[in-house]
Design a protein around this ligand. Structure first.
Ligand SMILES: NC(=O)c1ccc[n+]([C@@H]2O[C@H](COP(=O)([O-])OP(=O)(O)OC[C@H]3O[C@@H](n4cnc5c(N)ncnc54)[C@H](OP(=O)(O)O)[C@@H]3O)[C@@H](O)[C@H]2O)c1
Length: 287
C-alpha cells in the first residue's frame, strides 16, 4: 500500500515512517516538503502521488497555537481539511490524529472520556484540533480520527520521552504531580491504528495505553524500571505543580481516555502504561 505521511520529522510521523516502511511504500513528507496549510500544494501532491492512505501527523504545538492562533487555525483546521478533501477526491483513506485536549479535564477523578463526552477544550490548540476533527469528517467519509494522549518514544526532546535518560544519568528532573492523563507509547499507537484501519470501521477512536498517571508518577515508574531505589529517585526528582509552570496555554487537569469503538470491534485492551514504559526504557530508546 502507498502511504503518505505528513509531519514526518515529528514524533509520531517519524515513527510511522520507520514502522510502516517494511511492507509498504511510504512517502515521508516533512514541513519543508509540503506545507499542509497550502491548499494548492496539498492537492498537487496528493493528485501526483495518489496514496491509498494518508497518515496526517503534522500539527502546531500547544503553546505555539496559543501564541499564534491564526497559524493554529491554518495548520490544525485548514490543513487537515485540505488533506481530507484531496483524499476524498483521489479515493484515499485518512488517519487524522487528535488529542485529549479536546476535553476540559474536570473534575479530577472522573470516568475516562469516551466519544459520548462533549468536547470542551480549554486552549487554542484544543479548539483547533477539535475543529480539525470536524473538518476531516466533513470532507472525507473514509476518515479515522485518532485522539491520543501524552505520546512518547525516541527522538523527541520532551519530558515523557527523555525522563528515563535523565534519571539514568543522575540529572535533576522537575516532575509535575497535579495533572494526569493516559500515556501512549508511540509503537503501540501505530500498531493499534493499523489494526483499526484494517477493520474499515471509520470513526473517532481514543488510542492510549491502559491506566492513568501524572508526570511525577511516570517518572517514578521510569526510575523503578531502571532499578533505582526510592531514595535514589527522590534525590533527583523535584516535584513541581502545573500552576507554577507559567506556561503560555492552560492544560486540562485530568484526561484519561477510553475507546468505545475499539471495544465494539472486540479489540483487546491496550497494554498497561507500565508495561509499555518498561519496554521503552528497556529498549535504550533505540526503537
Ligand atoms: N505528542 C503528543 O503527546 C500528542 C498527544 C496528543 C495528540 N497528539 C497528536 O499527534 C499528532 C502528531 O504529534 P507529534 O507529537 O508527532 O507532533 P510533533 O512532534 O510536534 O510534529 C509535528 C510536525 O508537524 C510539522 N508541521 C508544523 N506545521 C506544519 C505545516 N504547516 N505543514 C507541514 N508540517 C507542519 C512540524 O514541523 P516543524 O517543526 O518543522 O514546523 C513537526 O515536524 C498531532 O496531530 C498531535 O495533535 C500528540
Amino acid at each position: 500500500m502507498k502511504i503518505l505521511v505528513t509531519g514526518a520529522a515529528g514524533l509520531v510521523g517519524s515513527h510511522v515512517v520507520r514502522r510502516l516502511a517494511q511492507g509498504h511504500e511510504v512517502l515521508a513528507l516533512e514541513h519543508g516538503d509540503l506545507d499542509i496549510s497550502d491548499r494548492a500544494a496539498v492537492r498537487r501532491c496528493l493528485f501526483d502521488e495518489k496514496p491509498a492512505l494518508i497518515f496526517h501527523c503534522a500539527m502546531l504545538q500547544v503553546d505555539d497555537s496559543e501564541r499564534l492562533p491564526a497559524q493554529a487555525q491554518a495548520v490544525n483546521v485548514a490543513g487537515p481539511a485540505f488533506l481530507a478533501e484531496a483524499a476524498n477526491d483521489i479515493g484515499a483513506e485518512i488517519v487524522h490524529f487528535s488529542t485529549q485536549y479536546a476535553f476540559d479535564g474536570e473534575p479530577v477523578g472522573r470516568l475516562p472520556y469516551t466519544i459520548h463526552d462533549e468536547p470542551n477544550p480549554l486552549n487554542v490548540y484544543g479548539r483547533t484540533k477539535v475543529g480539525g476533527e470536524g473538518a476531516v469528517f466533513a470532507a472525507c467519509p473514509r476518515s479515522f480520527v485518532v485522539r491520543t494522549s501524552w505520546v512518547y518514544g525516541s527522538g523527541k526532546n520532551s519530558f515523557l520521552c527523555t525522563v528515563h535518560d535523565d534519571l539514568r544519568a543522575g540529572r535533576k528532573v522537575r516532575a509535575i504531580d497535579d495533572i494526569w492523563s493516559s500515556t501512549t507509547y508511540v509503537g503501540d499507537l501505530i500498531d493499534r491504528v493499523m489494526t483499526i484501519r484494517a477493520t474499515g470501521r471509520y470513526g473517532t477512536y481514543h488510542v492510549v495505553n491502559n491506566g492513568i498517571c501524572s508526570y511525577y508518577e511516570f517518572a517514578l515508574e521510569a526510575g523503578h524500571v531502571l532499578g533505582l531505589t526510592r531514595a535514589q529517585i527522590d534525590l533527583v526528582i523535584e516535584i513541581t505543580h502545573e500552576r507554577d509552570m507559567k506556561r503560555v496555554a492552560v492544560r486540562p487537569r485530568y484526561t484519561p481516555l477510553r475507546c468505545l469503538l475499539s471495544e465494539q470491534l472486540g479489540l483487546p485492551p491496550m497494554r498497561d502504561w507500565r508495561a509499555a514504559l518498561a519496554e521503552y526504557v528497556g529498549s535504550g530508546s533505540m526503537e
